[in-house]
Ligand binder design. Sequence first.
Ligand code: UT7
Length: 331
Amino acid sequence: MNLKAKAAGILGTGHAVPDKIVTNDDMAKIVDTSDEWISTRTGIKERRFAPEGVNTSDLCTEAARQALEQSGTKPEDLDLIIVCTLTPDMTIPSTACIVQANLGAVNAAVFDLYAACSGFAYGVITGTQYIESGMYNRILVIGAEILSRFMDFKDRNTCVLFGDGAGAAVLGPVPEGYGILGMDMGADGNGGKFLNIPASGTAILPTDDARKKGLTYIHMDGKEVYKFAVRVMGKTAEKALEKSGLTKADIDLLVPHQANIRIIQSAAKRLSLPMEKVFVNIDKYANTSGASIPIALDEAHREGRIKRGDVVVLAGFGAGLTWAGMVMKWY
Ligand code: UT7
């Protein structure tokens, strides 16, 4: 029995990345690394870094404007804005408040959501609840990061992996049978130690002293995160599929979190998908955390890789540790 009041779907997407391209060869001038090491271990060829003066909210605003335009939504028609980021402009106000003001979305309630690289998928699942319940009609979900400001450019284990960018989607009601059909999300807080920024809140304030000790930068146990990712990425997609009533054979396109091509390949294998059915752009942008899935989704959509009726699966994992997956029939 379907108890849904309304089905929720994505009505439009957009993305924004900084102009500045930084290649693996550029990174090799900063730390002891090489294009060969980075591309064979991760699939990354280049990334974008935002210049000083460009903030997370600026990337959000540009991505949002594209998604609003594509979906035919006026800013004042938005009921809710959810910004999924671990690199907000500041602690207060939330980045969602800044974006609301930039867009003139005067009727929208707003909040930021912290789920790291799983953030956008968490955000869409959250937004879906408001549409399905009938409470809201138009919701803007944005995933955005400026990770370059939290990278230790002396640590080759982390600084070659990340990039900056934003992606956005407008959610709204769609005819029954379309839109988001299955969802899964979860977390294992015991894995928090594997990926964190120690001095970024009340536990350790981001003082000059903390900065000198390297505590204001991303710290990661890459091997542990890798093992976790391989375990959960395909699994969360499978759980979402099960809830949607569809099977692996129904998938037209997998849009995974872009952290490492080897992790993506292992998820594809678990889902019995040929790589032609997997969208990959890690080579261009590296790991943009909460922005990676919506940037990939927008590129896939604009390149014509997604059309009405296609079954699209999103799957992400990240710091927390967190994971989320969803299955949608594109409207
Ligand atoms: O969004 C979620 C966030 N993060 C992730 O998803 C990351 C998940 N983990 C990974 O993607 C991989 O574990 C990494 C790409 C981070 C590392 O790949 P790996 O195959 O697990 O490499 P490794 O950690 O085993 O390192 C192998 C060697 C080490 O040297 P030794 O100790 O064997 O002599 C590292 O010091 O590679 C060295 N190394 C590098 N060499 C050149 C580490 N980083 C670099 C580098 N350039 N940038």
